[in-house]
Design a protein around this ligand. Structure first.
Ligand code: ZN
Length: 214
């Protein structure tokens, strides 16, 4: 049972929880959240985020499957356990003031692409019209770089890798984790969904190109 701190408007929490559950159900229907994997969140305010509870089937989420965490990833007002990778969500909210929604999925395309590009440490997208779906990109002639970080079960290591990329001043619109999946985000849930769907499509195109030119 989620108890809300007095600072949180119940209507705001309900809106975020419903948006997360709706996105999770729809992305699950696409096959991007196999075997209860993946996690989703929205910023509530500067101190709190709403995130999926660990281990739930992402195809059957409702409002009761969403909980509050602070920006260190600790539960607030509930005994539920947040998704294992919650710290990666709260890191993005801390470091990117514009980020309002974070989506993490494990589609087959994302997983295969992460393995293929792991050695290079990044996917370089260039010449695709759909790059324009990423906020700030206005032409297919731009270069969109998506880093691929090594996977680890030790969250502080992943957090440090993302911090190092940002601290180096490199643009970050999404990232892959090797053999694992993708993180994408946006200034609202619709933008986060658009970014995720565009990247899924672009990664699929890159894989097809390699299959066909082998
Ligand atoms: Zn994951």
């Amino acid at each position: 049972m989620q108890e809300l701190p007095s600072s949180v408007d119940p209507a705001r929490f309900a809106l975020c929880a419903d948006a997360i559950a709706d996105a999770a159900r729809e992305l699950s229907a696409l096959g991007w959240t196999p075997a209860t994997s993946s996690n989703f969140s929205m910023r509530i305010d500067d101190e709190l985020a709403a995130v999926t509870i660990s281990g739930r089937d992402k195809g059957k989420l409702g409002r009761e499957d969403i909980m509050l965490v602070d920006m260190a990833g600790h539960p607030v007002g509930t005994r539920a356990r947040p998704s294992a990778e919650t710290e990666l969500h709260t890191q993005l909210y801390r470091r990117m003031p514009a980020a309002q929604a974070v989506l993490h999925t494990h589609s087959r395309t994302q997983s295969v692409a992460s393995r293929l590009f792991a050695r290079a440490g990044r996917v370089v997208l260039e010449g695709w019209e759909l790059q324009k779906a990423i906020t700030g990109y206005t032409t297919h002639e731009s270069v969109l770089e998506i880093p691929v970080f090594p996977n680890t079960q030790h969250m502080p290591e992943l957090v440090a890798q993302v911090d190092a990329w940002l601290d180096a001043g490199k643009p970050l619109h999404a990232y892959l984790i090797d053999g694992h999946g993708i993180y994408a985000w946006g200034a609202d849930m619709a933008q986060a969904r658009r970014h995720l769907e565009a990247l899924e499509f672009l990664l699929g195109c890159e894989l097809d190109l390699r299959r066909l030119s082998a």
